[in-house]
Design a protein around this ligand. Structure first.
Ligand code: GAR
Length: 209
């Protein structure tokens, strides 16, 4: 499967995907990375690994629609079949999603539906949650919502800061995002309403296989 990855910043989740492809864990390839931020460190990762990338900045376009159309055009040109939002900090419209029906996924640093939106880790700390985690889900028009593909659970420790908690969650993001892309690439993921069924997956604290 040809995958397109949308990023806005550091790109550590992109790196986890690159590593999984390089290790032969996922079939197919990253056909294109699009960054909406020309300063994103994710771009350095593309250069280092010889991955094609494009910078598409929102301010270059009159409307959100035109901005998104440009991204769709680039992704389609590269034959992308699955779009992965890996720290892409914009909400996509229904128009974009229609171009890739049930083929846009996102990684979010909480157990959705808890702590949606920005600063999910800070929200978990401020709420006093004792468990949080991360989620890979299909993207719907609602922010940080849509059918859940895989989640991992992480404890919130008494001494945690936003940074220490984010780091603990991130380690699991780097496991579940490649896992979800692998499953979809192998054609094992079926969606029935809100419920996602992964054929042959073994469910535990961290689903595998
Ligand atoms: C990750 O923690 C990701 O879950 C989060 O941004 C970070 C990006 O890190 N995404 C969201 O909060 C989306 N609502 P990365 O650039 O190192 O992958």
């Amino acid at each position: 499967m040809r995958v397109g990855v949308l990023v806005s910043g550091r790109g550590s989740n992109l790196q986890a995907l690159i590593n999984a492809y390089n290790e032969g864990k996922i079939k197919g390839e990253i056909a294109l990375v699009i960054s909406d931020n020309p300063q994103a460190y994710a771009i350095e990762r593309c250069k280092r690994h010889g991955i094609e990338y494009a910078v598409v900045e929102r301010r270059e376009f009159k409307s959100k629609l035109e901005f998104e159309r440009r991204m769709v055009e680039l992704l389609k040109e590269k034959g992308v079949e699955l779009v992965v939002l890996a720290g892409f900090m914009r909400v996509l419209s229904g128009e974009f999603l229609k171009a890739f029906p049930m083929r846009v996924i996102n990684i979010h640093p909480s157990l959705i539906p808890a702590f949606q939106g920005l600063h999910a880790q800070r929200q978990a700390l401020e709420y006093g949650a004792k468990l949080t985690g991360c989620t890979v889900h299909f993207v719907s028009e609602e922010l940080d919502n849509g059918p859940v593909i895989v989640q991992a659970c992480v404890p919130v420790l008494p001494q945690d800061t936003e940074e220490s908690l984010s780091q603990r969650i991130l380690e699991f993001e780097h496991k579940i995002l490649p896992q979800a892309v692998k499953w979809i690439s192998e054609g094992r993921v079926e969606v029935e309403g809100r419920k996602v069924v992964v054929k042959g997956a073994i469910y535990g604290t961290l689903p595998v296989n």
